[in-house]
Design a protein around this ligand. Structure first.
Ligand code: SF4
Length: 205
């Protein structure tokens, strides 16, 4: 099997807008709810819908929606589709830690990347046996699982058109999108980033 380099460059993007506007313009719960129901992961993990909380209330509790995205461009232009999870992982870990740090500092609500929950081994989510999540302090729903249109979000708010693979090949770049909804007058992202870098070394590039 051919080994591919998973080196990449990354660039972070953010946008902030009133949550009411984000819901009115970028949320279509009916359409994206149907997409989730058609996904094989539906109901297979506590990170995926259907959720045991009121999603409408969940998304509308806080005044401001901060969207945080990372554009990840692999140096190798011929990566196969199944390299996506490994390519995304370092940035995904970083994103999830950043979002949870924001929650701790500003008492808001984080929305994480929608991929397979990474906190338990594959196929061992307790949802399959009807038991409670092992790590509720770490698991957060994604924006798309709560009905938000990520393609529109990244293109209109951040200037990044989402790209899809062709055949078995990854696109030129992947985009990781998360959110932090809050009531703080201001969110000092650089200082949270710095705090994380100090506690955990530098971000992978
Ligand atoms: S942390 Fe484990 S139990 Fe909780 S949603 Fe993720 S896989 Fe399931």
């Amino acid at each position: 099997m051919k080994e591919h380099s998973l080196e990449y460059t990354s660039r972070d993007f953010t946008a902030s807008l009133p949550t009411a506007e984000y819901i009115a313009v970028y949320r279509d719960a009916k359409r994206f709810g149907a997409c989730c129901r058609a996904c094989p992961n539906y109901g297979q993990s506590w990170a995926c819908p259907p959720f045991d909380f009121d999603v409408d209330k969940y998304v509308s509790t806080y005044r401001t929606a901060l969207i945080i995205a990372t554009k990840i461009t692999p140096l190798c232009r011929t990566l196969p589709l199944d390299a996506a999870e490994r390519l995304l992982l370092p940035e995904r870990i970083w994103h999830e830690r950043l979002l949870l740090s924001l929650e701790r500092r500003y008492d808001g609500r984080a929305f994480a990347y929608a991929g397979r929950c990474r906190y338990c081994p594959p196929g061992s989510c307790t949802r399959l046996t009807g038991e409670a999540c092992r790590h509720p302090e770490l698991v957060r729903p994604s924006l798309e699982a709560c009905g938000f249109d990520l393609g529109r979000t990244t293109e209109s708010l951040l200037g990044i058109p989402l790209q899809w693979g062709e055949g078995n090949q990854l696109p030129e770049y992947l985009t990781l999108v998360g959110g932090f909804f809050h009531n703080a007058p201001e969110v000092d992202l650089p200082s949270v980033w710095q705090e994380l870098r100090r506690s955990d070394g530098v971000k992978s590039v």
